[in-house]
Write a protein that binds this ligand. Structure first.
Ligand code: ADP
Ligand code: MG
Length: 607
């Protein structure tokens, strides 16, 4: 009986390895350009024919290879970048697995011309399907030219899987953008036959603008900067109003490599909560510098996924850096009376501000159940509410005959008191207590939170099947969390089906939220049970039960945003709903919902 186990020939092993690293023409470009960068090139040129299917050529002015090195470079696990396992952990170059070149050679015809500065002649090497077909001296420039022809010619299945030219070309352009962004100090050119780009060496900011010049201007970008012992974060976020509905520009660069990191991605996006419409995504271009020993990029063959040792610690640093940047930007006062001119009714004669009878309760805990009992107003809020001014200037007290209507929570029940919206973020109105400035997003979150909480407790939530089920990719922690909260999620109207390998599908969601927000809401709920609430920073998690957490997450998702224009009726409705609550002054996570400036303070300001 003959043995059945045999070693795969190298050429087959290389083809298998190639499948992991090289999926399409754009992956060839990525590997070749990263090698050129590692070789110290300051000028890299890419030439493409037929979306890379016929030819991909990368020309660099890097250090080049000697004859022996050129030959060795195509052996598996040949790399000049590491020599012992320890080096893996202290690596700052792009490559290091020594797999790219042999993988490319295994599935195409490759020609290399390369010369080092100290030799007169260069080397030319032709390899086809892992076999060396020619090796000879050649006259060429210092640096390396690698030409890859007929990709997947010997792996018909893979060749068949290539998409149309336009799709492959767009993959190539996306890859080029990523490489160009990271390597802003390298001149980068590409010529696809359809499109040619020549990006000069420049600063990070200018590189961003050079790449996306058609739709990104300098004043769209807000700088982000923080430097701690664990991580240095620098780069730009786009101003909230340039958030995109489709194809947001989102780049996370770690030690000079483009990476995907869903946890940090969500951290960044969460900073825009309430600032952008929920169906849009912010743009960001952030560079992280960390100790190479504290990250692991080997978890994926294409090395674009990363693990951080200090993920939990970096989260709050990242969030606060982005929020600080956003804060600085919106803190810039804009005195522009042509926009949002304030037709506010001043406090009238006879409504002279009495000593405020309202005080904020710093010790207020919204989760002591006693506070959540009734949505009926009582105590001092009523006074405040009742004394809102009507446009006629009379204090609303006269209209108290309709007292019940007054607190029915419907719009207009305040008989058209004057309120205006300022900066698309605040509702300003007057009351006997003074000038009231309400944060529209927080107010709505608060109103919805109370409503959802009572509905969740009564399991009075309507579920709706999604027309387009949203898919969810979960990591280990999230899957465990899902196991923990699955029942609760079902109770509030989510049904989630297991698809395959870590992919889940949300097939129905509570009708309270937008269908497109379903995945985001589920992820937030999962995170809220896994991530230590202290890490969330200020606008973060509420303590409290899972039901409370879910109510808050749903409320945040469904609430009107900052930046959203409101009609007078909508403002009215928010004001009456808010002040119908027993405790309107603080959000569930303890932030002020509105402020009051009384007349005395106003007078002081004018003196
Ligand atoms: P890795 O980049 O992981 O080391 P590769 O297979 O991509 O593995 O490359 C193998 C080796 O070939 C590199 O370590 C480098 O020494 C050499 N090499 C590849 N491309 C170039 C280039 N453009 N210029 C100079 N040397 C190169
Ligand atoms: Mg490489």
């Amino acid at each position: 009986m003959s043995d059945i186990i045999h070693l795969l020939p190298d050429s087959v092993a290389n083809q298998i390895a190639a499948g992991e690293v090289i999926q399409r023409p754009s992956s060839v470009i990525k590997e070749l350009v990263e090698n050129s960068v590692d070789a110290g090139a300051t000028d890299i040129r890419i030439v493409i024919k037929d979306a890379g299917k016929t030819m991909i050529q990368v020309i660099d002015n890097g250090i080049g290879m000697s004859e022996t090195d050129a030959r060795l470079a195509f052996e598996r696990h040949a790399t000049s970048k590491i020599s012992k396992a320890d080096d893996l952990f202290a690596l700052s170059t792009m490559g290091f697995r020594g797999e790219a070149l042999p993988s490319i050679c295994a599935i195409s015809e490759v020609e290399v011309k390369t010369r080092k500065a100290d030799s007169k002649m260069g080397t030319r090497l032709v390899i086809s399907g892992s076999k060396v077909m020619a090796q000879e001296p050649v006259v060429c420039e210092i640096g390396t030219v690698i030409t890859v022809r007929k990709i997947f010619f010997n792996v018909p299945v893979r060749r068949k899987f290539l998409k149309s030219d336009s799709v492959e070309l767009s993959n190539i352009m996306r890859e080029f953008e990523r490489l160009a962004l990271v390597n802003n100090n390298v001149r980068m050119r590409i010529d696809t036959g359809m499109r040619a780009l020549d990006l000069r060496q420049s600063s990070f900011r200018l590189r961003i603008q050079d790449i996306w010049k058609n739709n990104l201007k300098s004043d769209h970008l807000i700088p982000v900067e923080v430097d701690t012992s664990l991580v240095k974060i620098e780069g730009y976020i786009s101003r909230p109003e340039f958030a995109r509905r489709r194809n947001p520009l989102q780049f996370l660069i770690v030690n000079g490599r483009n990476m995907r990191h869903s946890y940090f991605h969500r951290a960044i996006v969460s900073c825009f909560d309430g600032l952008i419409a929920s169906d849009t995504q912010p743009n960001y271009f952030l560079k992280f510098t960390v100790d190479p020993a504290s990250i692991d990029v080997n978890i994926h063959p294409t090395k674009n996924e990363i693990k951080f040792e200090y993920e939990q610690q970096i989260w709050p640093i990242l969030v606060s850096a982005v929020k600080t940047a956003l804060g600085k930007f919106s803190a810039v006062p804009s005195i522009d009376f042509s926009v949002d001119a304030i037709p506010l009714d001043p406090v009238r004669e006879g409504a002279r501000a009495s000593q405020p009878t309202v005080s904020f309760r710093g010790d207020y805990n919204p989760f002591k159940s006693e506070h959540i009992s009734s949505p009926r107003p009582n105590g001092n809020w009523q006074t405040l509410y009742e004394s809102f001014l009507s446009p006629e200037g009379g204090i609303e007290k006269q209209t108290k005959s309709g007292n019940d209507d007054l607190f029915s929570g419907s719009a207009g029940s305040r008989l058209g008191a004057v309120c205006i919206q300022y900066a698309s973020k605040y509702i300003i109105t007057g009351s006997g207590e003074g000038l009231v400035i309400i944060d529209q997003h927080r107010a709505h979150v608060k109103i919805l939170f109370e409503d959802y909480l009572s509905r969740l407790r009564k399991t009075d939530i309507v579920s709706q099947s999604l027309m387009f089920p949203e898919s969810l990719t979960l990591d280990q922690t999230q899957m465990t969390a899902l196991g923990d909260v699955e029942d609760e999620l079902r109770k509030i109207g989510f049904s989630i089906e297991y698809d395959n390998s870590n992919i889940w599908r949300i097939v129905s969601a509570p009708s309270l939220i937008k269908q497109t927000d379903a995945a985001d809401v589920v992820l937030r709920i999962l995170d809220s049970v896994t991530i230590d609430s202290a890490n969330y920073g200020k606008e973060g998690d509420v303590g409290g039960s899972l039901t409370e957490k879910m109510a808050l997450i749903l409320a945040r998702s469904a609430a009107i945003r900052r930046g959203q224009r409101l009609t007078p009726t909508e403002m009215e409705s928010i004001i009456s709903d808010l002040f119908a609550l027993q405790t309107p002054s603080l959000t569930p996570d303890g932030n002020p919902v509105f402020i009051i400036i009384d007349e005395e303070r106003l007078q002081k300001m004018f003196s």
